[in-house]
Design a protein around this ligand. Structure first.
Ligand code: MN
Length: 287
């Protein structure tokens, strides 16, 4: 397997000010990654023009991700809350396109955090309606939209690959695909093979992270099984390493993701270790 490899910006810095974008892209380049993933929680500080230039200079492809917020949530029954969620998604899509990004992904369908109740039918209709419009807008900008499958403590909308496929079908736009993350799969799926087989060519993007979101290979996840399934499915998309520690903090995202512990301190060591791990394990995967 020879997939483009990516790394999440929060390995290097917690925000997206010009100085932080410099630190992030330099770190990704040093560790030989092809893709940098920015979380768009700090849009106010993002200078899109200089970021786009830096990405070109450093030969990095940008992918953006985000989740929504309780007062800006397209899965709500409250239309004012849905409107604010739709506006946040629109701004995020515009920022993705402005930095030359090729994909906007994540929990685009709901607020981060433990829901108090199951998703309602009205909430589901709101998600489908907003994401269908967003997909049409994204198509004009050449941006793909990903539905990341997240665990039950982060969303009540999409917890398994089957859930995501159903939502993608309801949205019914060709540039909306599914994003699997082995960290969430470990919590919600029966194994790491069947979800990949179920999705087939509807799988558009992949996150890898250890079960505690620390160093790859230091925990109990069966990466070989996952990578074999990706190889057998002919998956050629990006594989991005996601890892979080209290050593690098985003005031919002770190709290949303429950990053309370210090799992690493050396960003460069973590990044190059993960790159070596991915190259070695993907080379061994069943084609
Ligand atoms: Mn993820």
């Amino acid at each position: 397997m020879n997939n483009p490899l990516g790394i999440h910006a929060l390995v290097f810095a917690g925000g997206t000010t010009p100085d932080e974008v410099d630190t992030i892209t330099a770190g990704a380049q040093r560790a030989r990654y092809d893709i940098i993933e920015f979380s768009l929680h700090g849009l106010d500080h993002l200078d899109t023009a200089s970021t786009k230039q830096l990405l070109q200079d450093r030969r990095l492809t940008a992918i953006c991700s985000r989740g929504l917020a309780p007062d800006a949530d397209v899965s709500s029954e409250d239309l004012a809350v849905v409107e604010r969620g739709a506006a946040l998604l629109h701004e995020s899509l515009q920022a993705t396109a402005a930095i030359g990004g090729v994909r906007l992904t994540g929990a685009l369908y709901s607020a981060f955090g433990k829901a108090a109740a199951p998703l309602s039918d009205a909430g589901r209709r709101n998600i489908v309606s907003v994401l269908r419009d967003l997909a049409v807008e994204a198509r004009g900008l050449d941006v793909a939209l990903g539905l990341e499958v997240c665990n039950r403590y982060e969303t009540n909308v999409v917890n398994t690959a089957a859930d995501a496929l159903r939502l993608a079908d309801e949205i019914g736009e060709a540039n909306v695909d599914v994003h699997l993350d082995i960290y969430h799969m470990n919590i919600e799926e029966k194994n790491f093979r069947d979800p990949v087989r179920l999705l087939g060519d509807r799988l558009g993007y992949v996150h890898v992270g250890e079960n505690d979101r620390g160093y790859l290979g230091s925990g109990h996840l069966d990466f070989a099984s996952f990578f074999d399934a990706l190889g057998e499915a002919g998956y050629t998309g990006g594989i991005t390493f996601e890892s979080f520690s209290s050593a690098v903090v985003s005031p919002t995202l770190s709290n949303d993701l429950s990053i309370w512990r210090n799992l690493w301190t050396d960003s460069d060591d973590l990044a190059s270790h993960a790159h070596d791990f991915l190259v070695e394990h993907l080379a061994r995967a069943t084609a």
